[in-house]
Design a protein around this ligand. Structure first.
Ligand code: OSB
Ligand code: MG
Length: 367
C-alpha cells in the first residue's frame, strides 16, 4: 500500500454558543482528513457544517463529493493546482468546500514532502497574521462587554454579528464602548436592497466596513448599495472565485474581501483573489468558519501572506474550544499570531482528543 486517505468526523463543544443571523451553533461538527504517503502524514478540515445555512454545502454533500468523486484523484498526489485543473475535478460545478478540503490536504502534503512550513510555501509572507475577533449575537450590553475585553486582549479589529431589526441596538451599545477602534458588522446576507435606508443609517457608527449585508450570491445589488452608503462594503459569501472577485471590484460591489479558503475552493484560488483585490485597490483579510486547530492553521498561514492587509477572524484556539484536537494551539501576542515553523501546517495532532470527539471514521481510498 503506497497511499491512503481517511477521515474522522468529530463533534466538539464550543466554549460558548455562536449566534449569527442564520443560526446558533453550540458545537463544531467537522470532518478531518488524513493523507498518508511516502512516510508523510498530511491533514485538512472541511469547513462545511451540518446544515447548509451559510452556503449551499453541508457535511453530507461535501462527504459525498469527496468520497465518490475526489478521493481517488488525491491518491495520485498531484500538486494542488494540478489537482484543481484535472478534468475530473474541474468539471464538477460548485462544491468548493469539498474541493478545498482536498486541495488543502495536498498543500500540507507537498509542503511536508519539501520540509517547509505551509506559510513559506504560499509565497511572499509577512511572517505573522494580524488578528481581529468575530463576536456572535447576544444581548447588546454583553456584546459591548466582549468588545471591550477583546480590545484589552490585544485584538486589532472588532466584528459584531448583526441581523435585520437588531443592527441599531447592537451598534448603539458596542460603538460607544470601543470609540474610534476599528469596528465592523457582519449581517450574513440578512437584508435586501429594500433595506438600503436602514443600512445607510449605519454610516453614523463609522464602521471600517459592513460585511455581506445582501444575498449570499449577489454582486449587483451590493454595487447599488455601495453607491447609497459611505461605509465600505466587504463581501464574504458572494466571493466564491477569482472571477466573482473581479466582478465585485469592477462593479464597485466591494472595497474589501473576506477570503475563506474553503468557500473559494482552496489556497490556490485564495492567493489569486488576494492578489486581484489588492491590484484593484481593495483590501483583503482572512475569515474563519469556527475551525478546529487543523483548519485554523491553514487560515493563519494564509493570513500571513503579504497581500493580506487587514486583520482577519483567525482568533487563537482558546476562543472556541477548552480542548482542541491539536497539542500546539496558537498564541496571540499584541494582536498577532505567527504561523508554525515546522513543515506543512505544523500542528501536532492530539490523538486522544481526536478519539474522544470522534463520531465516525473510515478509509476513503487507498493504493
Ligand atoms: O460570516 O464570517 C462569517 C462563522 C461561521 C460562519 C460564517 C462566519 C463566521 C464568523 C466567525 O464570523 C469566524 C471565526 O471566528 O472563525
Ligand atoms: Mg462573514
Amino acid at each position: 500500500m503506497r497511499a491512503s486517505l481517511s477521515y474522522t468526523k468529530v463533534k466538539m463543544p464550543f466554549i460558548a454558543p455562536f449566534t449569527t443571523s442564520f443560526d446558533t451553533q453550540t458545537h463544531r461538527t467537522a470532518m478531518i482528513f488524513q493523507l498518508k504517503a511516502e512516510g508523510v502524514t498530511a491533514y485538512s478540515e472541511c469547513v462545511t457544517e451540518i446544515k447548509p445555512y451559510y452556503s449551499s454545502e453541508d457535511n453530507d454533500t461535501s462527504f459525498h463529493v469527496i468520497k465518490d468523486l475526489l478521493a481517488e484523484h488525491v491518491l495520485a498526489l498531484p500538486r494542488p493546482k494540478d489537482f484543481m485543473n484535472m478534468d475530473e475535478i474541474s468539471r464538477i460545478k460548485g462544491h468548493n468546500m469539498a474541493k478545498a478540503a482536498m486541495e488543502m490536504l495536498l498543500w500540507d502534503y507537498h509542503a511536508k514532502v519539501q520540509g517547509i512550513p505551509l506559510y513559506k510555501a504560499l509565497g511572499n509572507t509577512k511572517g505573522f497574521a494580524d488578528v481581529g475577533i468575530s463576536i456572535g449575537m447576544d444581548e447588546p450590553a454583553r456584546m459591548a462587554e466582549k468588545a471591550v475585553a477583546a480590545v484589552t486582549r490585544g485584538y486589532k479589529r472588532i466584528k459584531v454579528k448583526i441581523e435585520k431589526g437588531k443592527e441599531d441596538k447592537i451598534l448603539s451599545a458596542v460603538r460607544p464602548a470601543v470609540p474610534a477602534f476599528p469596528l465592523s458588522a457582519d449581517a450574513n446576507s440578512d437584508y435586501t436592497l429594500n433595506d438600503a435606508p436602514t443600512l445607510g443609517a449605519l454610516d453614523k457608527f463609522n464602521l471600517v466596513y459592513l460585511e455581506q449585508p445582501l444575498a449570499h450570491d449577489d454582486i449587483i445589488d451590493h454595487a447599488e448599495l455601495s453607491k447609497q452608503m459611505a461605509t465600505p462594503i466587504c463581501l464574504d459569501e458572494s466571493i466564491t472565485s477569482v472571477d466573482k472577485a473581479r466582478k465585485a471590484m469592477q462593479t464597485g460591489a466591494a472595497r474589501v474581501v473576506n477570503i475563506k479558503p474553503g468557500r473559494v475552493g482552496g489556497l490556490t484560488e485564495s492567493l489569486a483573489i488576494a492578489h486581484l483585490v489588492r491590484e484593484a485597490g481593495g483590501h483583503v483579510w482572512i475569515g474563519g468558519m469556527l475551525e478546529t486547530g487543523i483548519g485554523r492553521a491553514f487560515n493563519v498561514a494564509l493570513a500571513s501572506i503579504s497581500d493580506v492587509d487587514y486583520p482577519g477572524d483567525t482568533s487563537p484556539n482558546d476562543k472556541y474550544f477548552h480542548h482542541d484536537i491539536v497539542k500546539n494551539p496558537f498564541k496571540m501576542m499584541e494582536g498577532r499570531i505567527r504561523p508554525f515553523e515546522s513543515p506543512g501546517i505544523g500542528v501536532e495532532i492530539d490523538e486522544q482528543a481526536l478519539a474522544g470527539y470522534r463520531l465516525l471514521s473510515g478509509v476513503l481510498a487507498e493504493s
